[in-house]
Design a protein around this ligand. Sequence first.
Ligand SMILES: Nc1ncnc2c1ncn2[C@@H]1O[C@H](COP(=O)(O)OP(=O)(O)OP(=O)(O)O)[C@@H](O)[C@H]1O
Ligand SMILES: [Mg+2]
Length: 141
Amino acid sequence: MEITVTLENIQQCAYYFWERVQGRVFAFHGEMGAGKTTFIAALCAAKGIAGHVSSPTFSLINEYTYEEEGLPARMFHIDLYRLKDEEEAVNAGIEDCLYSGDICFVEWPEKIPSLLPENRIDIYLHPVNTNTRLLKIDFRR
Ligand SMILES: Nc1ncnc2c1ncn2[C@@H]1O[C@H](COP(=O)(O)OP(=O)(O)OP(=O)(O)O)[C@@H](O)[C@H]1O
Ligand SMILES: [Mg+2]
């Protein structure tokens, strides 16, 4: 599936995404500034996460709480840009997040090839122009 995202339609794109895409672990591929964090923030907003969504600054993992079908739920935003190696990811408890069954968004997933679940959804962001991005979403099953 492909979605053409602009800063004007990004919130509608996020609702469209959640209508079409079933999954728990979402691996976001794309160069610096491709728009990974920005789209993740829109996906979070669509789930009703009120607070400000930005990349984890002081840790590798941000945890957000929201309500799913009236019940408290949580999701994880994992940014591996500063990760040294997979051992650091294991020590930080990233596998616990990835296999928790909670929604996980992962930026720079290429840093942990052997830790990523098989049944993740890969999302590739391609800059089209200054305010347009093409998202290619790869369903594995
Ligand atoms: N259609 C778009 N979708 C997402 N971001 C866009 C779009 N158009 C322009 N932008 C801008 O591009 C920048 C994307 O930054 P963002 O932090 O989301 O990228 P990133 O892929 O997370 O980068 P990094 O690898 O450094 O974490 C922001 O300044 C954002 O406003
Ligand atoms: Mg980012």
